[in-house]
Design a protein around this ligand. Sequence first.
Ligand SMILES: CC(=O)N[C@H]1[C@@H](OP(=O)(O)O)O[C@H](CO)[C@@H](O)[C@@H]1O
Ligand SMILES: [Mg+2]
Length: 568
Amino acid sequence: MNKNLSFSVHPLTSCPLKSFPYTSDISSLPGVKLSYGTAGFRADASILSSTVYRVGILAALRSLKTQSVIGLMITASHNKVSDNGVKIADPSGGMLSQNWEPFADTLANAPTPQDLIQLIEEFVKKEDISFNGVRPAEVLLGRDTRPSGDALLKAAKEGITSIVGAVATDMGILTTPQLHWMVRARNKGMKASEQDYFEQLSSSFRCLMDLIPSEKSKFNGTNDRLVVDGANGVGGIKLEALQKLLSGLIIEVRNDGENGGVLNEGVGADFVQKEKVVPYGFGSKDVGIRCASLDGDADRLVYFSVLPEGSSRIALVDGDKILSLFALFIREQLSILNEQDLKNSHQAHLGIVQTAYANGASTNYLKQLGLEVNFTPTGVKYLHEKAAEFDIGIYFEANGHGTILFSESLVGWLEARTKELSSKSKGSEVEKAALRLLAVSKLINQAVGDALSGLLLVEVILQHMGWSIHRWNELYHDLPSRQLKVKVADRTAVITANAETVVVSPPGLQEVVNAEIVKYPQGRCFVRPSGTEDVVRVYAEASTQEAADSLANSVAKLVDQFLGSKTS
Ligand SMILES: CC(=O)N[C@H]1[C@@H](OP(=O)(O)O)O[C@H](CO)[C@@H](O)[C@@H]1O
Ligand SMILES: [Mg+2]
Protein backbone atom coordinates (compact mmCIF):
# COMPACT_ATOMS: atom_id res chain seq x y z
CA MET A 1 0.00 0.00 0.00
CA ASN A 2 1.14 3.50 -0.73
CA LYS A 3 1.49 4.89 2.78
CA ASN A 4 2.29 8.52 2.05
CA LEU A 5 0.92 9.53 -1.25
CA SER A 6 1.86 13.16 -1.77
CA PHE A 7 -0.72 15.43 -3.27
CA SER A 8 -0.19 18.30 -5.62
CA VAL A 9 -2.40 21.34 -5.22
CA HIS A 10 -5.28 21.29 -7.65
CA PRO A 11 -5.19 24.21 -10.09
CA LEU A 12 -8.92 24.92 -9.84
CA THR A 13 -9.66 24.47 -6.18
CA SER A 14 -6.25 25.24 -4.70
CA CYS A 15 -7.20 22.60 -2.20
CA PRO A 16 -4.17 22.49 0.10
CA LEU A 17 -4.27 18.88 1.17
CA LYS A 18 -1.14 17.34 2.54
CA SER A 19 -0.88 13.57 2.52
CA PHE A 20 -2.90 10.37 2.61
CA PRO A 21 -1.50 7.94 5.11
CA TYR A 22 -4.53 5.62 5.11
CA THR A 23 -5.16 4.06 1.77
CA SER A 24 -8.46 2.29 1.67
CA ASP A 25 -8.63 -0.82 3.80
CA ILE A 26 -12.28 -1.06 2.85
CA SER A 27 -11.52 -1.60 -0.84
CA SER A 28 -9.51 -4.69 0.05
CA LEU A 29 -12.66 -6.23 1.56
CA PRO A 30 -14.95 -7.28 -1.26
CA GLY A 31 -18.61 -6.71 -0.57
CA VAL A 32 -18.08 -4.15 2.20
CA LYS A 33 -19.89 -0.96 1.37
CA LEU A 34 -20.35 1.65 4.03
CA SER A 35 -23.31 3.95 4.24
CA TYR A 36 -23.62 7.05 6.44
CA GLY A 37 -26.86 6.02 8.12
CA THR A 38 -28.76 7.35 11.10
CA ALA A 39 -25.78 6.38 13.26
CA GLY A 40 -22.95 7.57 10.98
CA PHE A 41 -20.59 4.80 9.82
CA ARG A 42 -20.43 1.63 11.89
CA ALA A 43 -18.46 -1.59 11.34
CA ASP A 44 -15.99 -3.93 12.95
CA ALA A 45 -13.33 -1.62 14.40
CA SER A 46 -10.52 -3.45 12.58
CA ILE A 47 -11.67 -2.19 9.17
CA LEU A 48 -12.53 1.36 10.15
CA SER A 49 -9.29 3.36 10.24
CA SER A 50 -9.43 4.56 6.63
CA THR A 51 -13.10 5.46 7.09
CA VAL A 52 -12.43 7.45 10.24
CA TYR A 53 -9.50 9.14 8.52
CA ARG A 54 -11.78 10.15 5.66
CA VAL A 55 -14.49 11.37 8.01
CA GLY A 56 -11.74 13.51 9.57
CA ILE A 57 -11.25 15.14 6.17
CA LEU A 58 -15.01 15.51 5.81
CA ALA A 59 -15.29 17.15 9.23
CA ALA A 60 -12.55 19.66 8.40
CA LEU A 61 -14.25 20.52 5.09
CA ARG A 62 -17.57 20.90 6.89
CA SER A 63 -15.90 23.26 9.35
CA LEU A 64 -14.50 25.36 6.50
CA LYS A 65 -17.83 25.39 4.69
CA THR A 66 -19.81 26.45 7.77
CA GLN A 67 -17.02 28.54 9.28
CA SER A 68 -17.88 26.90 12.58
CA VAL A 69 -16.58 24.30 14.97
CA ILE A 70 -17.57 20.73 14.01
CA GLY A 71 -17.61 17.57 16.16
CA LEU A 72 -16.36 14.08 15.35
CA MET A 73 -17.46 11.29 17.67
CA ILE A 74 -15.95 7.80 17.66
CA THR A 75 -18.52 5.36 19.02
CA ALA A 76 -20.66 2.38 18.10
CA SER A 77 -23.19 3.12 20.83
CA HIS A 78 -25.04 -0.05 21.92
CA ASN A 79 -23.23 -2.35 19.46
CA LYS A 80 -20.70 -4.90 20.58
CA VAL A 81 -17.36 -3.83 21.96
CA SER A 82 -15.39 -5.02 18.90
CA ASP A 83 -17.40 -2.66 16.67
CA ASN A 84 -16.78 1.02 16.40
CA GLY A 85 -18.13 3.92 14.39
CA VAL A 86 -17.81 7.56 13.55
CA LYS A 87 -20.27 10.38 13.17
CA ILE A 88 -20.21 14.12 12.76
CA ALA A 89 -21.87 16.83 14.82
CA ASP A 90 -22.89 19.90 12.82
CA PRO A 91 -22.43 23.48 14.12
CA SER A 92 -25.79 23.43 15.94
CA GLY A 93 -24.68 20.28 17.77
CA GLY A 94 -27.17 18.27 15.69
CA MET A 95 -26.50 15.53 13.16
CA LEU A 96 -24.56 16.12 9.93
CA SER A 97 -26.69 17.96 7.38
CA GLN A 98 -28.49 15.37 5.27
CA ASN A 99 -27.29 16.88 2.01
CA TRP A 100 -23.68 16.02 2.90
CA GLU A 101 -24.45 12.37 3.57
CA PRO A 102 -24.04 11.24 -0.07
CA PHE A 103 -20.57 12.86 -0.10
CA ALA A 104 -19.72 11.04 3.12
CA ASP A 105 -20.71 7.77 1.41
CA THR A 106 -18.66 8.29 -1.73
CA LEU A 107 -15.69 9.48 0.33
CA ALA A 108 -15.79 6.42 2.60
CA ASN A 109 -16.09 4.00 -0.31
CA ALA A 110 -13.57 5.57 -2.71
CA PRO A 111 -11.44 2.62 -3.80
CA THR A 112 -8.08 4.35 -4.24
CA PRO A 113 -6.32 7.44 -2.86
CA GLN A 114 -6.46 8.95 -6.36
CA ASP A 115 -10.25 8.56 -6.39
CA LEU A 116 -10.37 10.09 -2.96
CA ILE A 117 -8.37 13.14 -4.03
CA GLN A 118 -10.51 13.60 -7.10
CA LEU A 119 -13.72 13.35 -5.09
CA ILE A 120 -12.51 15.93 -2.61
CA GLU A 121 -11.48 18.30 -5.36
CA GLU A 122 -14.81 18.01 -7.10
CA PHE A 123 -16.75 18.44 -3.87
CA VAL A 124 -14.71 21.45 -2.75
CA LYS A 125 -15.46 23.07 -6.07
CA LYS A 126 -19.16 22.18 -6.04
CA GLU A 127 -19.64 23.43 -2.47
CA ASP A 128 -17.45 26.46 -3.16
CA ILE A 129 -15.32 25.82 -0.10
CA SER A 130 -12.66 28.43 0.32
CA PHE A 131 -9.26 27.89 1.93
CA ASN A 132 -7.93 31.41 1.77
CA GLY A 133 -8.59 34.25 4.16
CA VAL A 134 -11.10 32.24 6.14
CA ARG A 135 -11.23 30.93 9.67
CA PRO A 136 -9.25 27.68 9.70
CA ALA A 137 -11.11 24.44 10.26
CA GLU A 138 -11.58 23.29 13.86
CA VAL A 139 -12.90 19.89 14.86
CA LEU A 140 -13.62 18.69 18.42
CA LEU A 141 -12.98 15.00 18.88
CA GLY A 142 -14.63 12.62 21.33
CA ARG A 143 -14.59 8.86 21.80
CA ASP A 144 -16.32 6.34 24.00
CA THR A 145 -14.55 3.72 26.14
CA ARG A 146 -13.95 1.16 23.36
CA PRO A 147 -10.35 -0.07 23.25
CA SER A 148 -10.18 0.67 19.51
CA GLY A 149 -10.96 4.34 20.21
CA ASP A 150 -7.33 5.41 20.61
CA ALA A 151 -6.13 4.16 17.23
CA LEU A 152 -9.21 5.53 15.49
CA LEU A 153 -8.72 8.88 17.19
CA LYS A 154 -5.25 9.02 15.69
CA ALA A 155 -6.71 8.29 12.23
CA ALA A 156 -9.32 11.02 12.70
CA LYS A 157 -6.69 13.55 13.75
CA GLU A 158 -4.57 12.75 10.71
CA GLY A 159 -7.60 13.13 8.46
CA ILE A 160 -8.49 16.50 9.94
CA THR A 161 -4.97 17.87 9.86
CA SER A 162 -4.43 16.72 6.27
CA ILE A 163 -6.34 19.91 5.49
CA VAL A 164 -3.71 22.62 5.91
CA GLY A 165 -4.31 24.81 8.96
CA ALA A 166 -7.06 22.58 10.39
CA VAL A 167 -7.02 22.09 14.14
CA ALA A 168 -8.11 18.85 15.82
CA THR A 169 -8.93 19.26 19.52
CA ASP A 170 -9.16 16.05 21.52
CA MET A 171 -11.86 16.43 24.18
CA GLY A 172 -11.11 12.97 25.60
CA ILE A 173 -13.44 10.12 26.48
CA LEU A 174 -16.99 11.51 26.40
CA THR A 175 -20.59 10.50 26.01
CA THR A 176 -21.90 11.26 22.51
CA PRO A 177 -24.29 13.94 23.85
CA GLN A 178 -21.45 15.65 25.73
CA LEU A 179 -19.54 16.16 22.49
CA HIS A 180 -22.64 17.46 20.69
CA TRP A 181 -23.29 19.81 23.63
CA MET A 182 -19.71 21.12 23.45
CA VAL A 183 -19.92 21.79 19.71
CA ARG A 184 -23.15 23.72 20.16
CA ALA A 185 -21.77 25.67 23.12
CA ARG A 186 -18.54 26.57 21.28
CA ASN A 187 -20.47 27.88 18.29
CA LYS A 188 -22.68 29.97 20.54
CA GLY A 189 -19.63 31.50 22.17
CA MET A 190 -20.46 29.83 25.48
CA LYS A 191 -18.22 27.97 27.90
CA ALA A 192 -17.84 24.48 26.51
CA SER A 193 -15.64 22.27 28.71
CA GLU A 194 -16.78 19.07 30.38
CA GLN A 195 -16.82 20.92 33.70
CA ASP A 196 -19.12 23.55 32.14
CA TYR A 197 -21.44 20.75 30.99
CA PHE A 198 -21.57 19.27 34.49
CA GLU A 199 -22.11 22.69 36.04
CA GLN A 200 -24.94 23.61 33.70
CA LEU A 201 -26.73 20.32 34.31
CA SER A 202 -26.28 20.36 38.07
CA SER A 203 -27.24 24.02 38.54
CA SER A 204 -30.42 23.73 36.46
CA PHE A 205 -31.28 20.50 38.31
CA ARG A 206 -30.83 22.36 41.62
CA CYS A 207 -33.01 25.19 40.37
CA LEU A 208 -35.82 22.74 39.49
CA MET A 209 -35.47 20.98 42.85
CA ASP A 210 -35.78 24.31 44.66
CA LEU A 211 -39.00 25.03 42.75
CA ILE A 212 -40.75 21.81 43.83
CA PRO A 213 -43.97 22.75 45.62
CA SER A 214 -43.48 21.69 49.24
CA GLU A 215 -46.92 20.04 49.54
CA LYS A 216 -46.22 17.88 46.47
CA SER A 217 -42.89 16.48 47.49
CA LYS A 218 -43.84 13.25 49.17
CA PHE A 219 -40.49 11.65 48.62
CA ASN A 220 -38.91 9.89 51.53
CA GLY A 221 -35.61 8.12 52.10
CA THR A 222 -36.40 5.22 49.76
CA ASN A 223 -37.69 7.26 46.88
CA ASP A 224 -34.70 9.51 46.36
CA ARG A 225 -32.65 6.42 45.54
CA LEU A 226 -31.95 5.45 41.94
CA VAL A 227 -29.89 2.51 40.67
CA VAL A 228 -28.36 2.99 37.23
CA ASP A 229 -27.01 0.36 34.82
CA GLY A 230 -24.14 2.11 33.02
CA ALA A 231 -23.85 -0.55 30.22
CA ASN A 232 -20.14 -0.87 31.17
CA GLY A 233 -19.65 2.23 29.06
CA VAL A 234 -18.83 5.89 29.33
CA GLY A 235 -22.19 6.97 30.78
CA GLY A 236 -21.72 5.36 34.19
CA ILE A 237 -18.31 6.99 34.63
CA LYS A 238 -19.68 10.43 33.76
CA LEU A 239 -22.72 9.97 35.97
CA GLU A 240 -20.44 9.17 38.91
CA ALA A 241 -18.61 12.46 38.27
CA LEU A 242 -21.84 14.42 37.83
CA GLN A 243 -23.50 13.10 40.95
CA LYS A 244 -20.80 14.69 43.11
CA LEU A 245 -22.39 18.04 42.22
CA LEU A 246 -25.94 16.93 43.06
CA SER A 247 -27.93 16.84 46.23
CA GLY A 248 -31.39 15.44 46.92
CA LEU A 249 -30.70 12.35 44.84
CA ILE A 250 -28.75 9.23 45.68
CA ILE A 251 -27.48 7.42 42.60
CA GLU A 252 -25.86 4.02 42.70
CA VAL A 253 -24.12 3.17 39.44
CA ARG A 254 -23.69 -0.48 38.50
CA ASN A 255 -21.97 -1.82 35.39
CA ASP A 256 -19.67 1.18 35.27
CA GLY A 257 -17.03 -0.88 33.43
CA GLU A 258 -14.77 -1.06 36.47
CA ASN A 259 -15.36 -4.67 37.48
CA GLY A 260 -14.53 -6.56 34.33
CA GLY A 261 -17.98 -6.28 32.73
CA VAL A 262 -18.06 -6.09 28.94
CA LEU A 263 -19.55 -3.08 27.19
CA ASN A 264 -23.20 -3.72 26.18
CA GLU A 265 -23.01 -7.45 26.97
CA GLY A 266 -26.17 -8.36 28.82
CA VAL A 267 -26.39 -4.75 29.98
CA GLY A 268 -27.49 -1.36 28.73
CA ALA A 269 -30.62 0.41 27.50
CA ASP A 270 -30.80 -1.43 24.18
CA PHE A 271 -30.61 -4.84 25.88
CA VAL A 272 -33.15 -3.91 28.56
CA GLN A 273 -35.62 -2.39 26.10
CA LYS A 274 -35.42 -5.20 23.55
CA GLU A 275 -35.16 -8.22 25.89
CA LYS A 276 -37.34 -6.85 28.69
CA VAL A 277 -35.22 -8.59 31.33
CA VAL A 278 -32.93 -7.28 34.07
CA PRO A 279 -29.42 -6.33 33.02
CA TYR A 280 -26.46 -8.13 34.60
CA GLY A 281 -25.96 -7.12 38.24
CA PHE A 282 -29.68 -6.61 38.95
CA GLY A 283 -32.06 -9.11 40.51
CA SER A 284 -34.46 -9.94 43.30
CA LYS A 285 -32.68 -7.60 45.76
CA ASP A 286 -33.86 -4.70 43.59
CA VAL A 287 -37.57 -5.52 43.46
CA GLY A 288 -39.57 -2.31 43.59
CA ILE A 289 -36.56 0.03 43.37
CA ARG A 290 -36.40 2.68 40.65
CA CYS A 291 -33.77 1.61 38.11
CA ALA A 292 -32.49 3.16 34.89
CA SER A 293 -30.31 1.93 32.08
CA LEU A 294 -28.02 3.90 29.75
CA ASP A 295 -26.68 2.68 26.42
CA GLY A 296 -22.98 2.41 25.54
CA ASP A 297 -22.52 6.08 24.59
CA ALA A 298 -25.24 7.41 26.93
CA ASP A 299 -27.60 8.91 24.39
CA ARG A 300 -30.40 6.49 25.28
CA LEU A 301 -32.21 6.12 28.59
CA VAL A 302 -34.87 3.72 29.78
CA TYR A 303 -36.22 3.08 33.26
CA PHE A 304 -37.39 -0.19 34.74
CA SER A 305 -38.35 -1.87 37.96
CA VAL A 306 -37.66 -5.50 38.80
CA LEU A 307 -40.85 -7.53 39.15
CA PRO A 308 -41.33 -9.70 42.23
CA GLU A 309 -42.23 -12.90 40.42
CA GLY A 310 -39.15 -14.60 39.00
CA SER A 311 -36.40 -12.05 39.38
CA SER A 312 -35.30 -11.41 35.86
CA ARG A 313 -38.58 -9.93 34.62
CA ILE A 314 -39.00 -6.18 34.59
CA ALA A 315 -41.64 -3.54 34.15
CA LEU A 316 -40.11 -1.46 31.37
CA VAL A 317 -40.59 2.31 31.35
CA ASP A 318 -39.43 3.17 27.85
CA GLY A 319 -38.82 6.31 25.80
CA ASP A 320 -42.55 6.73 25.14
CA LYS A 321 -43.24 6.95 28.86
CA ILE A 322 -40.33 9.32 29.45
CA LEU A 323 -41.83 11.48 26.71
CA SER A 324 -45.26 11.30 28.37
CA LEU A 325 -43.81 12.36 31.74
CA PHE A 326 -41.97 15.29 30.15
CA ALA A 327 -45.07 16.28 28.17
CA LEU A 328 -47.22 16.35 31.32
CA PHE A 329 -44.75 18.54 33.18
CA ILE A 330 -44.16 20.98 30.31
CA ARG A 331 -47.89 21.18 29.62
CA GLU A 332 -48.54 21.98 33.30
CA GLN A 333 -46.02 24.84 33.27
CA LEU A 334 -47.19 26.17 29.93
CA SER A 335 -50.83 26.21 30.97
CA ILE A 336 -49.96 28.24 34.09
CA LEU A 337 -48.15 30.72 31.88
CA ASN A 338 -50.67 30.75 29.04
CA GLU A 339 -53.71 31.05 31.33
CA GLN A 340 -52.53 33.08 34.29
CA ASP A 341 -49.95 35.40 32.87
CA LEU A 342 -51.93 38.24 31.34
CA LYS A 343 -48.76 39.69 29.91
CA ASN A 344 -48.13 36.49 28.03
CA SER A 345 -48.20 37.50 24.42
CA HIS A 346 -46.20 34.45 23.52
CA GLN A 347 -48.82 31.62 23.71
CA ALA A 348 -46.19 28.94 23.29
CA HIS A 349 -46.95 26.04 20.98
CA LEU A 350 -46.02 22.57 22.28
CA GLY A 351 -45.49 19.78 19.75
CA ILE A 352 -44.81 16.08 20.30
CA VAL A 353 -42.84 14.00 17.82
CA GLN A 354 -42.84 10.20 17.67
CA THR A 355 -42.10 7.46 15.15
CA ALA A 356 -44.34 4.57 14.14
CA TYR A 357 -42.53 2.44 16.77
CA ALA A 358 -44.13 4.48 19.55
CA ASN A 359 -46.59 2.26 21.35
CA GLY A 360 -50.13 3.12 20.19
CA ALA A 361 -51.22 3.47 23.83
CA SER A 362 -48.71 6.30 24.30
CA THR A 363 -49.99 8.15 21.25
CA ASN A 364 -53.59 7.79 22.47
CA TYR A 365 -52.60 9.03 25.91
CA LEU A 366 -50.84 12.09 24.50
CA LYS A 367 -53.74 12.88 22.19
CA GLN A 368 -56.17 12.56 25.10
CA LEU A 369 -54.14 15.20 26.90
CA GLY A 370 -55.00 17.44 23.95
CA LEU A 371 -51.45 17.45 22.62
CA GLU A 372 -50.45 17.62 18.98
CA VAL A 373 -48.63 14.42 18.01
CA ASN A 374 -46.54 14.34 14.83
CA PHE A 375 -44.88 11.36 13.18
CA THR A 376 -41.61 11.18 11.30
CA PRO A 377 -39.57 8.34 9.80
CA THR A 378 -37.25 6.43 12.16
CA GLY A 379 -33.96 8.17 12.96
CA VAL A 380 -33.15 10.95 15.32
CA LYS A 381 -32.34 13.42 12.57
CA TYR A 382 -35.96 13.37 11.37
CA LEU A 383 -37.48 13.64 14.84
CA HIS A 384 -35.13 16.45 15.84
CA GLU A 385 -35.85 18.45 12.69
CA LYS A 386 -39.60 18.21 13.26
CA ALA A 387 -39.39 19.06 16.98
CA ALA A 388 -37.41 22.19 16.13
CA GLU A 389 -40.52 23.60 14.38
CA PHE A 390 -42.28 24.24 17.72
CA ASP A 391 -41.74 26.69 20.58
CA ILE A 392 -41.26 23.55 22.62
CA GLY A 393 -40.87 20.27 20.75
CA ILE A 394 -40.55 16.99 22.62
CA TYR A 395 -39.32 13.95 20.73
CA PHE A 396 -38.49 10.43 21.78
CA GLU A 397 -37.93 7.11 20.14
CA ALA A 398 -39.37 4.16 22.08
CA ASN A 399 -35.78 2.98 22.54
CA GLY A 400 -35.07 5.93 24.84
CA HIS A 401 -33.40 8.48 22.58
CA GLY A 402 -34.99 11.90 22.79
CA THR A 403 -34.93 15.39 24.17
CA ILE A 404 -36.94 18.60 24.47
CA LEU A 405 -36.14 21.49 22.13
CA PHE A 406 -36.87 25.10 23.05
CA SER A 407 -37.02 27.76 20.33
CA GLU A 408 -34.59 30.65 20.75
CA SER A 409 -37.47 33.09 20.75
CA LEU A 410 -39.22 31.30 23.62
CA VAL A 411 -36.00 31.12 25.67
CA GLY A 412 -35.42 34.84 25.02
CA TRP A 413 -38.98 35.62 26.12
CA LEU A 414 -38.67 33.45 29.24
CA GLU A 415 -35.41 35.16 30.19
CA ALA A 416 -36.96 38.61 29.89
CA ARG A 417 -40.20 37.60 31.60
CA THR A 418 -38.51 35.92 34.58
CA LYS A 419 -36.44 39.09 35.15
CA GLU A 420 -39.57 41.22 35.03
CA LEU A 421 -41.52 38.90 37.34
CA SER A 422 -38.70 38.65 39.85
CA SER A 423 -39.12 42.33 40.64
CA LYS A 424 -42.94 42.56 40.37
CA SER A 425 -44.39 39.12 41.24
CA LYS A 426 -41.66 37.33 43.12
CA GLY A 427 -42.75 33.91 44.31
CA SER A 428 -45.89 33.85 42.16
CA GLU A 429 -47.00 30.66 40.40
CA VAL A 430 -46.42 32.36 37.07
CA GLU A 431 -42.85 33.23 37.97
CA LYS A 432 -42.21 29.68 39.14
CA ALA A 433 -43.61 28.19 35.94
CA ALA A 434 -41.43 30.49 33.82
CA LEU A 435 -38.36 29.70 35.93
CA ARG A 436 -39.05 25.98 35.63
CA LEU A 437 -39.28 26.11 31.85
CA LEU A 438 -36.09 28.13 31.65
CA ALA A 439 -34.31 25.63 33.89
CA VAL A 440 -35.56 22.71 31.77
CA SER A 441 -34.19 24.42 28.65
CA LYS A 442 -30.76 24.51 30.31
CA LEU A 443 -30.91 21.06 31.86
CA ILE A 444 -32.07 19.09 28.85
CA ASN A 445 -29.53 18.81 26.04
CA GLN A 446 -30.59 21.08 23.15
CA ALA A 447 -28.25 19.39 20.69
CA VAL A 448 -29.23 15.74 20.90
CA GLY A 449 -30.88 13.13 23.15
CA ASP A 450 -28.80 12.79 26.32
CA ALA A 451 -29.32 10.03 28.89
CA LEU A 452 -27.64 12.00 31.71
CA SER A 453 -29.65 15.18 31.31
CA GLY A 454 -32.81 13.14 30.60
CA LEU A 455 -32.25 11.16 33.79
CA LEU A 456 -31.93 14.31 35.90
CA LEU A 457 -35.11 15.71 34.40
CA VAL A 458 -37.04 12.47 35.04
CA GLU A 459 -35.81 12.46 38.64
CA VAL A 460 -36.81 16.04 39.38
CA ILE A 461 -40.23 15.66 37.71
CA LEU A 462 -40.96 12.50 39.74
CA GLN A 463 -40.09 14.45 42.87
CA HIS A 464 -42.21 17.38 41.67
CA MET A 465 -45.17 15.07 41.12
CA GLY A 466 -44.46 13.05 44.25
CA TRP A 467 -44.59 9.92 42.08
CA SER A 468 -42.95 6.52 42.39
CA ILE A 469 -41.83 4.68 39.25
CA HIS A 470 -44.99 2.55 39.62
CA ARG A 471 -47.28 5.57 39.60
CA TRP A 472 -45.44 6.87 36.54
CA ASN A 473 -45.70 3.49 34.78
CA GLU A 474 -49.47 3.51 35.36
CA LEU A 475 -49.97 6.58 33.13
CA TYR A 476 -51.15 4.15 30.48
CA HIS A 477 -50.72 0.48 29.67
CA ASP A 478 -48.70 -0.45 26.61
CA LEU A 479 -50.44 -2.42 23.91
CA PRO A 480 -48.75 -5.80 23.40
CA SER A 481 -46.30 -5.57 20.50
CA ARG A 482 -43.82 -7.69 18.56
CA GLN A 483 -40.88 -6.72 16.39
CA LEU A 484 -39.39 -9.14 13.87
CA LYS A 485 -36.50 -8.96 11.44
CA VAL A 486 -36.78 -10.51 7.99
CA LYS A 487 -33.64 -11.16 5.95
CA VAL A 488 -34.49 -10.50 2.32
CA ALA A 489 -32.56 -10.48 -0.94
CA ASP A 490 -32.60 -6.67 -1.24
CA ARG A 491 -34.11 -4.57 1.51
CA THR A 492 -33.87 -1.41 -0.59
CA ALA A 493 -36.71 -2.88 -2.68
CA VAL A 494 -39.04 -1.82 0.15
CA ILE A 495 -40.12 1.78 -0.32
CA THR A 496 -42.39 3.40 2.22
CA ALA A 497 -44.45 6.56 2.66
CA ASN A 498 -46.37 8.36 5.44
CA ALA A 499 -43.58 8.23 8.02
CA GLU A 500 -42.83 4.65 7.02
CA THR A 501 -46.30 3.36 7.85
CA VAL A 502 -47.28 2.43 4.28
CA VAL A 503 -45.35 0.30 1.78
CA VAL A 504 -45.60 1.74 -1.72
CA SER A 505 -43.25 -0.76 -3.31
CA PRO A 506 -43.28 -3.68 -4.01
CA PRO A 507 -46.82 -3.09 -5.28
CA GLY A 508 -49.50 -5.17 -3.61
CA LEU A 509 -47.62 -5.80 -0.36
CA GLN A 510 -49.44 -3.12 1.63
CA GLU A 511 -52.82 -4.45 0.48
CA VAL A 512 -52.12 -7.95 1.82
CA VAL A 513 -50.69 -6.49 5.05
CA ASN A 514 -53.90 -4.47 5.46
CA ALA A 515 -55.94 -7.62 4.96
CA GLU A 516 -54.04 -9.21 7.88
CA ILE A 517 -54.33 -6.18 10.19
CA VAL A 518 -58.14 -6.10 10.01
CA LYS A 519 -58.28 -9.61 11.47
CA TYR A 520 -56.97 -8.36 14.85
CA PRO A 521 -58.69 -6.08 17.37
CA GLN A 522 -56.56 -2.94 17.86
CA GLY A 523 -54.23 -4.33 15.19
CA ARG A 524 -51.52 -2.11 13.76
CA CYS A 525 -48.59 -3.27 11.71
CA PHE A 526 -45.97 -1.75 9.44
CA VAL A 527 -43.01 -2.89 7.39
CA ARG A 528 -39.83 -0.88 6.70
CA PRO A 529 -36.23 -1.49 5.70
CA SER A 530 -33.79 -0.95 8.58
CA GLY A 531 -31.38 1.94 8.16
CA THR A 532 -28.71 0.25 10.28
CA GLU A 533 -28.97 -3.49 9.59
CA ASP A 534 -29.44 -5.53 6.43
CA VAL A 535 -32.99 -6.55 7.34
CA VAL A 536 -36.60 -5.55 6.83
CA ARG A 537 -38.33 -4.85 10.14
CA VAL A 538 -41.89 -5.83 10.92
CA TYR A 539 -43.67 -4.19 13.86
CA ALA A 540 -47.09 -5.36 15.04
CA GLU A 541 -49.39 -4.33 17.84
CA ALA A 542 -52.68 -5.86 18.95
CA SER A 543 -54.90 -6.29 21.98
CA THR A 544 -53.12 -9.43 23.24
CA GLN A 545 -49.53 -10.67 23.04
CA GLU A 546 -50.63 -13.77 21.12
CA ALA A 547 -52.42 -11.61 18.58
CA ALA A 548 -49.45 -9.25 18.19
CA ASP A 549 -47.13 -12.24 17.70
CA SER A 550 -49.48 -13.84 15.19
CA LEU A 551 -49.91 -10.60 13.20
CA ALA A 552 -46.14 -10.02 13.11
CA ASN A 553 -45.49 -13.60 12.00
CA SER A 554 -48.07 -13.53 9.21
CA VAL A 555 -46.76 -10.23 7.89
CA ALA A 556 -43.15 -11.45 8.09
CA LYS A 557 -44.17 -14.39 5.88
CA LEU A 558 -45.76 -12.01 3.39
CA VAL A 559 -42.58 -9.91 3.31
CA ASP A 560 -40.59 -13.05 2.65
CA GLN A 561 -42.96 -14.07 -0.17
CA PHE A 562 -42.82 -10.66 -1.83
CA LEU A 563 -39.09 -10.05 -1.45
CA GLY A 564 -37.49 -13.44 -1.47
CA SER A 565 -35.10 -14.81 1.14
CA LYS A 566 -31.54 -13.66 1.26
CA THR A 567 -29.09 -15.91 -0.50
CA SER A 568 -25.52 -15.52 0.58
C1 LIG B 1 -36.63 -0.07 15.58
C2 LIG B 1 -35.43 0.60 16.11
O1 LIG B 1 -35.14 0.53 17.30
N1 LIG B 1 -34.69 1.28 15.20
C3 LIG B 1 -33.46 1.96 15.58
C4 LIG B 1 -32.37 1.64 14.61
O2 LIG B 1 -32.76 2.06 13.31
P1 LIG B 1 -33.21 1.08 12.13
O3 LIG B 1 -33.30 1.99 10.91
O4 LIG B 1 -34.52 0.52 12.53
O5 LIG B 1 -32.17 0.02 12.01
O6 LIG B 1 -31.18 2.33 14.95
C5 LIG B 1 -31.31 3.76 14.90
C6 LIG B 1 -29.96 4.36 15.21
O7 LIG B 1 -29.50 4.02 16.47
C7 LIG B 1 -32.39 4.22 15.88
O8 LIG B 1 -32.56 5.60 15.72
C8 LIG B 1 -33.70 3.47 15.57
O9 LIG B 1 -34.66 3.77 16.53
MG1 LIG C 1 -26.34 5.38 21.64
